[in-house]
Design a protein around this ligand. Structure first.
Ligand SMILES: *Cc1c(COP(=O)(O)O)cnc(C)c1O
Length: 453
């Protein structure tokens, strides 16, 4: 029988995260203050994040120790298995070996607690009492709720109202982990009250929820804000995935030809790929591919530009691929991939051609996901289906070229709480939406006069 799982002992779990800033061949552009146009100083972020996380955000140290209390919580489900998708390989009948990191076995069902746990820990040791955040479909909100409970912090999650009403299960998870989940717009903040006064029936948006969460955090000296993707320190924490995978592949004497992940804000993709990008920078031959939705094609169709990280224009200007901060993505079922921008680190790597990006539409992604579920059993999150579609495409190319290939990818999350999306696909009500060029041009007008990187 062929080996279908490579496991690490708990004692083999990495003790440090990997910081790619130490190895970049060309430096990244700095984030800018939107008022002055000058690079922001760490102090500018102090009302929003605790200083220990701001230090990580700007650190150039190659290896950063994972604190013992964080390792203790990681051990609840880590090291995650490196699995071989033997059944899916049979179905594809191509000359490929497919390995994947299963990040869907964490308590909330995705990779997100890899950063939620250290973020809660660093806030706790800095003396913070409460974290505020926003959530769309609830993956991030549920991960942070669990992490805050673990370290005795209060947690307030502003959840987009329409999701709060239509997708109740993650809100119930948040409540079970002791967090306060508030439908946004709410009466708790002045930003929310202002919108409710004008639009009492507002369904909410991620932009509104972010404004509420930031206002709620900044208004209380014992509270801070927390973000689940995009920022350097978030990507840093996620490198535990790729560092484990690197060890696991070494154990069986295999090195991947291609490393893949789906990319919304870029954190799980960076998590699996950055340790392999490091090898590539040092001369190793390996392709690194990010898969995104064709309805929100940030990396494949957006420009590399300075833009706000959020719709409400409250963040610094970040150098990244973007569709413009007022871009409104179609309501596809992969909520976690509907972000107008992309992590500055991932953007930089794409610009430097160390990483390649590809886009897939909903029919391709759900077809791939259902084929996966029917062969490998596990039902993937709709976001994860994008990287599975990319794996299928890579396997078909290998077949055409008659070339053997080893593929490694990140199985970012479990889809059992996203079954209505599968219901929509199976009943034939999804369409292969392609974003019109006019919509991109319209949304990009909002950043036309910003500084250029
Ligand atoms: C949130 C999420 C994503 C997208 O976020 P990234 O920061 O790009 O990783 C992908 N997959 C799952 C399962 C998610 O929950």
């Amino acid at each position: 029988m062929e080996q279908c799982k490579v496991l690490l002992d708990e004692s083999e779990m990495p003790r440090q995260w990997y910081n790619i800033l130490a190895d970049l061949p060309t430096p990244m552009k700095p984030p800018l203050h939107p008022g002055t146009g000058k690079p922001i100083a760490p102090e500018d972020l102090a009302p929003v994040f605790p200083m220990n996380l701001i230090e990580q955000e700007v650190s150039a140290e190659r290896w950063i120790d994972i604190p013992e209390p964080v390792l203790e919580k990681y051990c609840l489900w880590r090291p995650s298995p490196l699995c071989r998708a033997l059944q899916f390989e049979k179905l594809l009948d191509a000359p490929v070996k497919i390995y994947y990191k299963n990040e869907g076995n964490s308590p909330p069902g995705s990779h997100k607690p890899n950063t939620a746990i250290p973020q809660a820990y660093y806030n706790k040791v800095f003396g913070i009492k409460r974290l505020s955040t926003e959530t769309g479909a609830g993956q991030w909100g549920s991960a942070l709720s669990m992490a805050c409970q673990m370290f005795g912090l209060d947690c307030r999650v502003f959840m987009v109202r329409v999701s709060y009403e239509q997708k109740p299960y993650r809100r119930m998870m948040m409540a079970t982990w002791g967090a306060e989940c508030i439908p946004s717009p709410s009466n708790v903040t002045s930003a929310g009250r202002k919108i409710l006064a004008d639009f009492p029936d507002s369904p909410g948006s991620l932009g509104i929820a972010i404004s509420e969460a930031i206002e709620d955090a900044v208004g209380n000296p014992e509270a801070r804000y927390s973000l689940g993707s995009v920022l350097n320190h978030v990507l840093l924490h996620q490198t535990i995935i790729g560092l484990e995978a690197h060890k696991q592949m070494e154990k069986i004497g295999v090195y991947p030809d291609v490393v893949m992940g789906c990319a919304g804000g870029g954190s799980n993709f960076a998590g699996i790929s950055l340790p392999f990008v490091r090898d590539k920078i040092h001369g190793k031959e390996v392709s690194i591919v990010a898969a995104e939705p064709s309805s929100c094609p940030t990396l494949t169709r957006g420009p590399f530009a300075y833009d706000f990280g959020d719709t409400a224009m409250t963040t610094p200007l970040l150098p990244m691929y973007t569709l413009g901060h007022d871009f409104v993505p179609a309501s596809i079922h992969a909520g976690g991939l509907r972000y107008h921008g992309m992590a500055p680190i991932v953007s930089h790597l794409v610009k430097e051609q160390l990483v390649e990006a590809r886009a897939y539409h909903q029919i391709e992604t759900f077809t791939a996901g259902v084929n996966w579920a029917r062969s490998e059993g596990f039902i993937p999150a709709p976001e994860t289906n994008h990287v599975i579609a990319a794996v299928v495409q890579e396997a078909m190319r290998a077949k055409e070229e008659g070339k053997e290939k080893v593929i490694l990818f990140n199985w970012s999350g479990n889809g059992v709480i996203d079954l209505p999306a599968y219901d929509a696909f199976l009943s034939g009500s999804l369409t292969p939406y392609e974003l019109p060029e006019e919509e991109i041009q319209r949304a990009l007008k909002s950043i036309a006069n910003f500084p250029k990187p």
